[in-house]
Write a protein that binds this ligand. Structure first.
Ligand SMILES: C[S@@+](CC[C@H](N)C(=O)[O-])C[C@H]1O[C@@H](n2cnc3c(N)ncnc32)[C@H](O)[C@@H]1O
Length: 223
């Protein structure tokens, strides 16, 4: 580890890289969320962001360059699970807010513990297919990030972008959640078509191999 890390200036000044590994600046020094490595450099603590544990890290690691998150972004995170990736998003959006939606009770309990470490993360027990269930928490967000690994992934993204007037969206499409018999490429094309038909534009689409097999990250914007 060098004495200073380089921000990934082409994507974000909030994500740091050192010899191919990614890091976020920890909003809660000394606290690990999923056993990640912590490093302190000149009084600042960084958390390693593992591309095998986070599809957003995988997207950046395979060369994805479209990164709509900034320090002040308000993010609706769908499929938050126990909060692994949401905690890195919360480090990145340190002056914004991350609304974390999860519908499985057991994961939600762990998510609540993660959110206790970061005041800008809000846990919401809700179903991502029903935006009206969590509409009372906010009128609008800057970014909808979605990783629910269930059917109709592109539809769910667009319905939430519509409901919360988001300028950007990202969806980690898991091909096998849509149809185990179809080729992943055809599933990704179908997802792109849904997004275009809903009136949004595709900013990027990258497959996440070798970190996540048969997954693609699609980055979406408004026309
Ligand atoms: C692949 S995991 C998410 C991992 C997480 N995004 C991360 O990187 O740390 C998918 C999660 O989505 C949740 N999920 C699936 N369908 C959902 C829905 N309709 N509403 C809310 N959460 C959902 C599952 O319970 C699961 O915890």
């Amino acid at each position: 580890m060098k004495n200073a890390m380089e921000p990934m200036s082409f994507t974000s000044d909030r994500v740091f890289s050192d010899r191919g590994r990614l890091y976020t600046e920890s909003a809660c020094p000394g606290k690990r969320i999923y056993g990640e490595r912590l490093f302190s450099i000149k009084g600042t603590e960084y958390r390693e962001w593992d591309p095998r544990r986070s599809k957003l890290s995988a997207y950046l690691t395979v060369g994805g360059k479209q990164f709509p998150f900034s320090k002040s972004s308000r993010v609706l995170y769908l499929g938050a699970s126990s909060g692994t990736t949401p905690s890195h998003v919360a480090d990145i959006c340190s002056e914004g807010k991350v609304y974390c939606v999860e519908f499985a009770q057991r994961m939600f309990r762990e998510l609540v513990g993660t959110c206790e470490t970061r005041p800008n993360m809000m846990p919401i027990l809700g179903d991502a297919t029903k935006p009206e269930e969590y509409a009372m928490f906010t009128d609008s967000v800057d970014v909808v990030y979605q990783d629910v690994a269930q059917k109709r992934q592109a539809h769910i993204l667009c319905e939430n972008m519509d409901a919360f007037n988001a300028k950007h969206g990202m969806v980690a499409v898991k091909a096998r959640s849509e149809d185990v018999t179809a080729s992943p490429e055809s599933i990704f094309k179908d997802a792109e078509k849904v997004i275009l038909d809903k009136g949004y534009k595709i900013i990027d689409c990258k497959q996440l191999d070798p970190y996540e097999k048969a997954h693609a990250m699609i980055v979406v914007g408004r026309e």
